[in-house]
Every structure is written in structure tokens, then in C-alpha cells.
Design a protein around this ligand. Structure first.
Ligand code: BV8
Ligand code: ZN
Length: 248
């Protein structure tokens, strides 16, 4: 009976081979890919949702009820992310995009670390913590000041909000459509560091699988997609993702 490490090694070998042979790859990343950069995740033991209630901070109702509290939370997260640097997983995904003819990087993260590592055309399906959006005129702009002066206002004097997607809000239409097309047309789908519980992002793995793609998951723990992906590699993203690029 093969031991767990052997099974893992076999899976890694298979994954390496698929990466080398793939002509189009779709990658979905979650908070786990930034964990080794010191950015808190949401649903881990030390995750954000264990300290705060999502409905108090990540919904339009919460913002309408108490914009100052929501902005204080985003200011706190901006201060942490401002100190974070991309880790080996971010750099390996940027390197992979250089090597493969088509790689679409879809991220649920709002930290911008993939772009900082050199990834191109990143699909930020849940928005960006560095962008603000006016609640009156809809203008969107980048402001990387840390801390942000609280209750930031637009030039039109409208109150600004973080340009992120909260629960109950639709994802940016064009960005989401591009992500769905990528997942439906890839021959290899990688899910890296996501708990796969937030929809519609979590549905991309099944979309890829149904479209005939090979599917690989890299995570520390099993998730709801572990049951159907072709290969689950248990381990930290910063260690595992670079290994996918080394020759088998
Ligand atoms: C939508 C804001 C519909 C950005 C976030 C009732 C009412 C309304 C909607 C719903 C409802 N019930 C269900 C829904 C749908 C809802 C949903 O899915 N809820 C779930 C929780 C049940 N989804 C939505 O509301 C979405 N919108 O459906 O709109 C609609 C349609 C038409 C018209 C109107 C509306 C919007 C979802 C976006 C929510 N926004 N945050 C921000 O501030 O960051 S949620 C939050 O979860 C983040 O966005 C995050 O990106 C996302 C997913 O989390 P993960 O990234 O996976 O992170 P997590 O901590 O969970 O997991 C980390 C994983 O990494 C773990 O598995 C861990 O083991 C692993 N890990 C840790 N360290 C490492 C590692 N892996 C590898 N290496 C490591 N080192
Ligand atoms: Zn405005």
C-alpha cells in the first residue's frame, strides 16, 4: 500500500506532466496563495471570519449601516497588505504564464500581489482593495495611501467605498465572463489556496472539469472540490506551485 507521501509524489509527478503538456491553463487562486506573504485568510483557524462577522463588514448593508467601521476594517487590511510581498507561489504563477501559450489567472484576492509578482491580465473577480468607487457617481480610482483618510470622498463629494465585491453583490460582468470562458476552454485548471465555498468563483473548477480539463487542487486541507478534481496536492502553495515548473 503506497504511503501518503508516495501518493502525493505521484500526484505531483502527474501534475508536472500536465503542466508541461498544457496549451491553455486557467488558474483560480484564493487567500491561501497569499497566506505565506502574511496576508490573513478568511476561513482558516486564524482567519478573518473567525474574528469578524462577514455580514458586519463584507456586505452593502453593513457599509450603509456603518461605513466608518467597514472602512476601519479595510484600512487595517490595507496596512497589512501594504507590508506584504509576493511569495514563491505568486512568482511561479507569473513564470508559468511566460512559458505557457495561454494562461488565465483568476483571483478572488484583492491584494494585488499577483500583479506585483509580474502576472499579466489578472482577473480580479472580487475587485481590488487598492481601488475606491464613488457611491454617488460610480467613479473608480486607485488610492494606495496607508492609512486612508477615513470616509474618503469623491471629487463629486460622494462617499467612496472599497471597489471590492461584497456578499450579495454581482461580480464585475466582463471580468467574470472572461473567467468563465477561460475555465470552459482550458485543458488544465489549477485551484490554488481556496476553500472553494464562495460562489460563483467556487463553481469554476466544476465548469473546467465538465469541459474536459484536467483539474488540480493545491491546498493545506480538503475542500468541497477535493472529491472531484483529478489531483489534490496537500501542501503550502509557496512550496508546491514552484515544483510544478521543475522538469518531471
Ligand atoms: C453573488 C469581499 C449573486 C472582498 C468576499 C445569500 C445572499 C446572497 C448571496 C448568497 C447567499 N448565499 C450564498 C450566496 C452566494 C455568496 C456565497 O457564495 N456565499 C457563501 C459563503 C455561501 N456569494 C456572493 O454573494 C457573491 N455574489 O453570488 O452574487 C448575485 C447575482 C446576481 C445579482 C445579485 C447578486 C459575491 C462573493 C464575494 C464575497 N466577497 N470578500 C474582500 O474584502 O476580500 S468573501 C471572501 O471569500 C473573499 O472574497 C475571498 O476571496 C473569498 C473566498 O475565500 P478564499 O479566497 O477561498 O479564502 P478562505 O480563507 O476561505 O480559504 C483559504 C484556503 O486556503 C483554505 O482552504 C486554506 O486551507 C488554504 N490555505 C491556507 N494557507 C495556505 C492554503 N493553501 C495553500 N497554501 C497555503 N499556505
Ligand atoms: Zn463621485
Amino acid at each position: 500500500m503506497a504511503s501518503l507521501p508516495d501518493v502525493m509524489e505521484l500526484c505531483l509527478e502527474k501534475a508536472r506532466d500536465w503542466v508541461q503538456k498544457a496549451s491553455s491553463i486557467a488558474v483560480l487562486t484564493g487567500a491561501g496563495v497569499s497566506a505565506e506573504s502574511g496576508v490573513p485568510t478568511f476561513r482558516d483557524a486564524a482567519g478573518l471570519w473567525n474574528q469578524f462577522r462577514p455580514e458586519d463588514l463584507a456586505t452593502p448593508e453593513a457599509f450603509a449601516r456603518n461605513p466608518k467601521t467597514v472602512w476601519e476594517w479595510y484600512n487595517w487590511r490595507r496596512s497589512i497588505i501594504d507590508q506584504a510581498r509576493p511569495n514563491a507561489a505568486h512568482f511561479a504563477l507569473a513564470e508559468l504564464q511566460q512559458r505557457v501559450s495561454r494562461l488565465t489567472l483568476i483571483t478572488q484576492n484583492v491584494d494585488g500581489l499577483h500583479q506585483e509578482a509580474g502576472s499579466q491580465r489578472v482577473l480580479e473577480i472580487h475587485g481590488s482593495i487598492w481601488r475606491l468607487r464613488c457611491t454617488e457617481c460610480g467613479r473608480v480610482w486607485i488610492d494606495r495611501s496607508v492609512p486612508l483618510k477615513l470616509l474618503p470622498k469623491c471629487a463629486c463629494s460622494g462617499l467612496a467605498r472599497p471597489d471590492v465585491v461584497w456578499f450579495g453583490e454581482s461580480l464585475p460582468h466582463d471580468v467574470w465572463q472572461t473567467a468563465e470562458v477561460a475555465a470552459s476552454n482550458c485543458d488544465l485548471f489549477l485551484a490554488v489556496g481556496t476553500s472553494a465555498v464562495v460562489y460563483p468563483a467556487a463553481g469554476l473548477a466544476k465548469t473546467a472539469k465538465r469541459s474536459g480539463a484536467k483539474t488540480i487542487e493545491i491546498n493545506l486541507e480538503p475542500t468541497p472540490i477535493s472529491g472531484f478534481v483529478d489531483c489534490t496536492i496537500k501542501g503550502p502553495a509557496a512550496e508546491i506551485v514552484p515544483k510544478l515548473l521543475t522538469a518531471a
